[in-house]
Design a binder for this molecule. Sequence first.
Ligand SMILES: NC(=O)c1ccc[n+]([C@@H]2O[C@H](COP(=O)([O-])OP(=O)(O)OC[C@H]3O[C@@H](n4cnc5c(N)ncnc54)[C@H](O)[C@@H]3O)[C@@H](O)[C@H]2O)c1
Length: 326
Amino acid sequence: MYKTKKKVLVTGCAGFIGFHLCQRLLNSNQYNVYGLDNLNSYYDVKLKKDRLRILNKNKKFNFFKIDITKKTKLKNNFDKCKYDVVIHLAAQAGVRHSIEYPETYVENNIIGFFNILEASKNINLKHLIFASTSSVYGSSNSFPLKETENTDAPLSFYAATKKTNEVLAYSYANIFKLPCTGLRFFTVYGTYGRPDMALFKFTKLILAGKKIDLFNKGEHHRDFTHVDDIVDGIFKLIKRPSRKEIPFDLYNIGSDKPEYLKNFVKLIENNLLKKAKVRYKSLQLGDVVKTHASIAKLKKATGYKPSISVKVGIKKFTDWYLSYYK
Ligand SMILES: NC(=O)c1ccc[n+]([C@@H]2O[C@H](COP(=O)([O-])OP(=O)(O)OC[C@H]3O[C@@H](n4cnc5c(N)ncnc54)[C@H](O)[C@@H]3O)[C@@H](O)[C@H]2O)c1
């Protein structure tokens, strides 16, 4: 579909998924790649700066330090750059954090997202892709979870803000014919990962000989999806905006192979050659017991095929962690 090199903006480019996606876009040599981030301090800013340093080594990468909650600055940037595709990943992530700090989720995920929609609507954007989450499925238990499943009962405030994104985008697709695609990511892990997520936290604590908390006594099932597979799914969708009358679509991106949290911990232990000291805890507020993605829709549309097993993916992570933190 795109014959000349299109301009792609990745918001949240210094974040975990944004960083890997920008690398993939740059390596493909098919796009002019732009990145935007406010480098906030939700977690270690050094990690964000290190990711950005790697991206900036490529002379073709263009970075803007912009906060998406600042509407005018964001709009001026969009008006000037006239992107063809925007992949919106910037957000306040984290299910548990949203219980204590809901305001930051309203600001970044709802107002920030509204600003992205507003900035996008008049620049003849060919595709707005945005991150949603598997958390929108709440306690639905007809596994594997299909995109058509009801998502009206999110269990966490984080999930509620992401569900809001899907609804807001639908209305812009209808009113302004803005082609929007929402992606429901299933528990993403990989190198340069997020310090607030299980794999990172467990690795750090096990190495330090400290106790790890296993909520729901480790009986959680998660559809852990390696970041390279997530990025592959996003990459494949770039040239596939919805052709429907209301140009809006939703896709799960997962591995379709849910894993017991307990087994996940075992794999970490095997790689670190160290046993975890475990503190078993009950189910936390806002947490869902199981996630399992149906990836049939994405497979049909793009040929998507996740290729990295948790065994291989965890090994890649622990190898990276040990060399990064020496
Ligand atoms: N990692 C997962 O397992 C997962 C699962 C489901 C959905 N998601 C979603 O995917 C997206 C990327 O997640 P991630 O894991 O890479 O998170 P991340 O926190 O590593 O990346 C988000 C980036 O956005 C930036 N950002 C936040 N607020 C901003 C603002 N107001 N202006 C500009 N930049 C801002 C942050 O500085 C950060 O670098 C998020 O929307 C997240 O909700 C992630």
